[in-house]
Write a protein that binds this ligand. Structure first.
Ligand code: GLC
Length: 425
């Protein structure tokens, strides 16, 4: 197999997304400017109150690693247009607002922690006066959209956008991942979206290849690149194009909002999050789990606690995730399989009483153990002619391996049994 720039990514399987910007100060969703239709000039006032005194990139990197993530993706610029790096393209940036280049701090901290470095970059920009008002723009409801747009020139914005991407790709050393966001050409309510031509996506991608040949790029320039990025849903089958499997990554929030949302307490549990991770890997994909630091820049305690719980699970179950992928075996209901070489991992979403029947695995397994504590799980092949009688269950389908489970599941967010497959399997 030839080495590909996505090898590390497919191996690592689990990353952390970080949405941080002026919207973190508003604390009402990262689309607050759009939802509340705030004019760019009014929104810009948040820069005056941007004081990320608790943004500690080293702590952030450590929290990511301890959660089990091996790469992180930070919003260098979100749709609001505020840049977290010290850019020459606009004064609307963190260096102007608080005297810090947060991208630099972040990149350095991730490298020091031995993590892969990713940046998110919004193609949309609601701060730029030449960016045309489209279906997603905060001013989409203005009576004079047509007149306003007549005075705007996307070519000017395009030059600005390319200059910003160039700065990021040349000023911060090698980057591992660039997550562009997003291209949606379809129109809505009489207003257009934006298409790859609006960004000159081909030239942007070529710039990425030229300046950072090993960096992976997602699909949201609106043209195919290295991976596809399903968002806020879990796919039910692997992705492919023309019969060729695609590298993919599901990106997920904790509570539905990417940016810090103070009053949204609809957090997923750690048990649900690790199930989402297991399901992604079982379909050959990755999971990018988001946190939205508070306006002061720290991961809110409620999210930090969840990350720790996920990390607690990852400490003991990383072998079922990192370096693992889909299995050719079909798991029975209530079970999800991942596989790493000759190790098959049964993630037990349900906890059956006593016996767990695994089709097609009879005579294929040398040893079975719980992954959390390594304790042996006994198994048997029930003879095909066994009939039900008092204490004796009828034989399951021929070829089934039957595991004997204790009544009490291991006390972990998601129990996993590791099966050592025989070389012949
Ligand atoms: C979306 C949203 C955005 C979020 C992103 C994450 O496209 O516009 O707010 O940053 O997805 O994937």
């Amino acid at each position: 197999m030839t080495a590909s720039r996505t090898d590390w990514f497919v191996h690592d399987r689990f990353g952390m997304f970080v949405h941080f910007g002026l919207y973190s100060v508003a604390a009402r969703h990262e689309w607050v400017q759009n939802y509340e239709r705030i004019e760019a000039a009014d929104y810009a006032r948040y820069a005056r109150f941007f004081d990320p005194d608790l943004f500690d990139a080293r702590a952030l990197a450590r929290q990511a690693r301890e959660a089990g993530a091996r790469y992180v993706v930070l919003t260098a610029k979100h749709h609001e247009g505020f840049c977290l790096w010290d850019t020459a393209t606009t004064p609307f940036n963190a260096a102007e607002a608080c005297g810090r280049d947060l991208v630099r701090e972040y990149v350095d901290a991730l490298r020091a922690e031995g993590l892969r470095v990713g940046l998110y970059f919004s193609l949309l920009d609601w701060s730029h006066p030449q960016y045309t008002i489209d279906r997603h723009h905060p001013q989409r409801g203005a009576a004079d959209v047509v007149e306003q747009n007549a005075g705007r020139d996307m070519a000017v914005y395009r030059t600005y956008l390319h200059a910003q991407v160039r700065e990021l790709l040349t000023g911060y050393g090698p980057l591992d991942y660039l997550f562009f966001d997003f291209t949606e050409p379809a129109e809505e309510d009489g207003l257009p979206g934006k298409s790859p031509e609006d960004w000159d996506a081909e030239t942007l991608l070529a710039m990425c290849r030229e300046l950072q040949p090993d960096m992976i790029v997602n699909d949201r320039l609106g043209i195919p690149a290295d991976l596809v990025t399903p968002e806020q849903y879990q796919p039910v089958r692997p992705f492919e194009r023309d019969g060729v499997p695609l590298v993919w990554e599901a990106c997920q929030t904790i509570n539905g909002s990417w940016g810090y949302h103070r009053d949204n307490h609809d957090s997923k549990s750690a048990a649900l999050l690790v199930r989402m991770l297991a399901r992604s890997v079982a379909l050959g994909g990755n999971l990018l789990l988001n946190v939205g630091p508070t306006g002061r820049g720290e991961i809110a305690p409620r999210d930090a606690a969840l990350l720790s719980e996920v990390g607690e699970w990852m400490t003991r179950h990383a072998d079922a995730v990192r370096g693992a992928g889909a299995s050719r075996f079909t798991a029975p209901s209530g079970v999800v399989y991942t596989q790493r070489g000759d190790r098959l991992y049964a993630h037990l979403f349900d906890w059956p009483f006593g016996l767990l029947h695994l089709p097609d695995l009879a005579d294929r397994v040398d040893f079975a153990r719980f992954l959390d504590d390594g304790s042996e799980v006994l198994f048997e092949n029930i003879p095909a002619d066994q009939e039900a009688f008092n204490l004796q269950p009828a034989a399951p389908e021929p070829g089934t391996l039957t595991l004997k489970l204790p009544v009490q599941p291991p006390s972990v967010a998601l129990p996993v049994i590791e099966l050592y497959l025989r070389a012949s399997s």
